[in-house]
Design a protein around this ligand. Structure first.
Ligand code: RIB
Length: 294
């Protein structure tokens, strides 16, 4: 990380999460009765920015929302968490919406209508990451903008973290500029597995396995495992995002990757014990308290 850089810049999506609680996913052609589970701020980018800020890092979020009520809820959530925003409003698309099916046991299935997120430009992205010590992005916004942000961050000397969610093979062409790639088991398999990722240039691959913890795969080194914290999940929506946000926050403070992963696991565990993809329960002190139980 170069001198003069500080904080975390998150480039990504902001969605209005409409949650329906269901016992199982619907079958094709079926109408399934569920229970209204709430209306929350979401989007992988927003969730990660909120988690980074609530983990204690000065955080900026770069995204696009519509000119509608949904956007107001998202802006409030970012402001309450202390996230500085480079948030552009567009009149040509609605705020992104995610339909979240919250299944029994805390799992979920999500369908996203990108809306305004699809209008995030390379200019927005590059401008938004200037001066950040850590640049964090996911793949719910146009790939060209993610790529531009990550390459600009890397050139400026920032640590770059990409969460390849949802998985897209396009990310394989960006790995030379990525310091830490975060994938869950499904995304990792979709991208060809850890060996393949290393063979196309990935330096550090973090594979998250939910209750199974995480594995750090560094090119040319033995894998390192970090155990998950034992919790009773209430809603796992956003737990992976909290992991990424807290990871970026720890790295921006100069933490070693292994130590940062422990804090990241703790953040995921805290968010999974609350409804919605972000929670006020995440803070530097709640993280420290949970980490101290190790
Ligand atoms: O990772 C969870 C998020 O994915 C939700 O908040 C939803 O908006 C989708 O982007």
């Amino acid at each position: 990380m170069s001198d003069g850089l500080s904080g975390v810049a998150v480039v990504g999506s902001a969605n209005l999460d409409l949650v329906v609680e269901v016992p199982r996913p619907p079958r094709i052609g079926e109408t399934l009765l569920g229970r209204a589970g709430g209306r929350f701020a979401g989007g992988k980018g927003l969730n990660q920015a909120v988690a980074a800020a609530r983990s204690g890092a000065a955080t900026r979020f770069v995204g696009v929302v519509g000119v509608d009520d949904g956007a107001a809820l998202l802006e409030r959530t970012l402001a309450d968490a202390g996230v500085a925003t480079a948030l552009r409003r567009t009149a040509t698309a609605p705020t992104g919406v995610a339909h979240v099916l919250a299944l029994e046991g805390g799992d979920n299935s999500i369908v996203v209508a990108a809306g305004a997120n699809g209008e995030l430009t390379e200019r927005d992205a590059v401008h938004g990451v200037a001066g950040a010590a850590v640049v964090l992005a996911q793949l719910e916004v146009p790939y060209a903008s993610v790529s531009a942000a990550v390459r600009a961050g890397r050139e400026a000397g920032a640590v770059t973290v990409v969460n390849a969610a949802p998985a897209s093979p396009a990310v394989l062409g960006l790995l030379d500029a990525v310091d830490v790639l975060v994938v869950n088991e499904t995304e990792c398999a979709e991208l060809g597995g850890v060996e393949r990722l290393h063979s196309v240039g990935a330096r550090s691959v973090v594979r998250t396995r939910g209750a199974g913890g995480v594995e750090l795969h560094r090119a040319g080194a033995a894998p390192v495992s970090v155990a998950a914290f034992r919790i009773e999940p209430v809603d796992t929506t956003g737990a992976g995002d909290a992991f990424c946000g807290a990871l970026a926050a720890a790295l921006s403070e100069g933490a070693e990757l292994e130590g940062a992963l422990v804090r990241a696991c703790a953040a995921g565990a805290i968010v999974a014990q609350h409804r919605g993809a972000t929670t006020e329960a995440l803070s530097p002190s709640s993280l420290a308290e949970l980490v101290a139980t190790r």
